[in-house]
Design a protein around this ligand. Structure first.
Ligand SMILES: [Zn+2]
Length: 59
């Protein structure tokens, strides 16, 4: 098992432009089964991830 360590002080980096992310942009998308969200880097506008279930990051 891999341990999960909560690090609220750690700053994620955009994998595309290497900017540190203190904000991500979210856009809602209409999907057949409810709403999905697209997460974007505010610096380069590339898509970081898509939520598959409401409220779950990359779920
Ligand atoms: Zn970026």
């Amino acid at each position: 098992m891999i341990a999960i360590e909560e690090r609220p002080d750690a700053t994620p980096l955009c994998p595309y432009c290497q900017a540190s992310l203190d904000t991500v942009w979210v856009r809602g998308m209409r999907a057949p089964l409810g709403k999905r969200y697209l997460y974007m880097c505010p610096h380069c506008h590339k898509v970081l991830g898509v939520s598959h279930r409401k409220g779950f990051w990359m779920g």
